[in-house]
Design a protein around this ligand. Structure first.
Ligand SMILES: [Fe+2]
Ligand SMILES: [Fe+2]
Length: 394
């Protein structure tokens, strides 16, 4: 049995880690590779690091469909500071007779001599250094030095993948930039669902929302943020405003009865149409609450919240981004949604037309009349020259 141990803080795990694990497992013919989450690594102090249990859950999720690669929490179960020499020794005792390879990032090789008991580590495991592009010869010299000083074997892997870092993932989450090219899809969803690495303002609004709206609605809200940020980036809109508008777009989305009670209790006038279709109220009221309860003053953000249900003729780019993101976010599941998702990144107006037609059809099928404002927007979108009214182009 040949096993690999690949430790890291995984704050968060990204595609660079996963590709490295896959490659090294193949290169060294490892039967099993364990990615070990560091609980409290002595060499990488960082007060902003997420709780180890959360980092472990993210890692587990990201590795769900990987062959022969597993998330390990052995260091989390140990008290006090974690030392690699203890981890390696634990695997040696648990997997008697196995040949053990300890995989480390190239940046770790330089300070390996200062780790606790380097000779002890090299007695139990072979050290495998995985480089970043361009520094292979430097790594080989380092490897030679370590071997002559502590004995054992140090291997320099041939792999040098793209330069992805957890720091960059965290920066993008904070700055409202897409992370879909840096992390596994499952990780991306987890990051958004839990508002990880986001600014305090966003985290606290999410916490307040959690007290008002249902759990499923909160998940939809956070996934709308994810989609809105990506669409905003694609169309050159302000991604932070898109994230905020998405975060608050359903801030008062309650079951119809509760929504009517809310309006009655707060002296809010509603039209006959809204009385018949109370869900229409939540977008208009959402903009009011975004301002009064959550302190949003930006007219672009408020407008996007207020027209996300029925739309309006002449919607701004931000309005359209929120409208579409709401309907195609990753948890949405209706016939044809995948096609619309793909179209949304090529032609936002066409995607809008398709989702509007879809909801208009749904309204008609459930025996209700389509809202006149929605009909006007559909009519307007139909007049745009690049859109085939039948939806056959593209
Ligand atoms: Fe809504
Ligand atoms: Fe929504």
């Amino acid at each position: 049995m040949r096993i690999g141990i690949f430790g890291g803080t995984y704050n968060p795990v990204h595609l660079g880690h996963i590709w490295t694990a896959r490659h090294v497992r193949e290169e060294l013919s490892l039967d099993k590779l364990f990615m070990v989450v560091a609980a409290d690594p002595p060499h990488k102090p960082d007060p902003a690091r997420l709780a180890a249990s959360i980092r472990f859950r993210m890692l587990e999720g990201a590795l769900e469909n990987e062959d022969g690669i597993f998330a390990s929490d052995v260091e989390l179960k140990r008290e006090g500071k974690s030392y690699t020499v203890d981890t390696v020794d634990l695997f040696r005792r648990q997997m008697r007779g196995a040949e053990i390879f300890l995989i480390v990032g190239a940046d770790m090789l330089g300070n390996f001599p200062s780790w606790r008991d380097p000779a002890g580590i090299l007695k139990t495991a072979k050290l495998v250094a995985v480089g970043r592009p361009g520094n292979e010869s430097e790594l080989k010299t380092l490897a030679q030095n370590i071997m002559s000083r502590f004995g054992g074997e140090v291997i320099v892997s041939s792999y040098s993948g793209p330069d992805i870092s957890s720091t960059e993932v965290r920066r993008r989450m904070f700055e409202a930039e897409p992370v879909d090219t840096l992390v596994a899809r499952k990780t991306e969803h987890f990051l958004y669902e839990n508002a990880l690495y986001m600014p305090e303002e966003i985290v606290s609004i999410r916490a307040k929302l959690g007290e008002v709206i249902r759990r499923k609605r909160l998940k939809h809200t956070m996934m709308t943020c994810l989609e809105a940020v990506k669409l905003a980036k694609r169309y050159g809109a302000d991604t932070k405003k898109a994230r905020l508008a998405a975060l608050l777009h359903d801030c008062i989305k309650l079951p119809n009865k509760e929504l009517l009670e809310y309006c009655a209790g707060n002296c809010i006038d509603i039209s006959d149409e809204e009385r018949q279709n109370p869900y229409l109220i939540h977008s208009r009221l959402g903009a009011v609450l975004a301002m009064e309860k959550y302190g949003v003053t930006d007219p672009e953000v408020l407008s996007a919240i207020s027209c996300h249900t029925i739309g309006r003729v002449g919607m701004s780019l931000m309005d359209r981004i929120i409208y579409v993101a709401d309907k195609i976010e990753p948890t949405r599941d209706f016939e044809g949604v995948d096609e619309i998702r793909e179209i949304a990144y090529r032609d936002l107006n066409r995607a809008m037309l398709l989702v509007m037609r879809h909801s208009a059809d749904y309204t008609l099928k459930s025996g209700r009349a389509v809202n006149p404002a929605t009909e006007s927007v559909i009519g307007y979108l139909n007049t745009l020259t690049d859109i085939d009214p039948e939806g056959n182009n593209g």
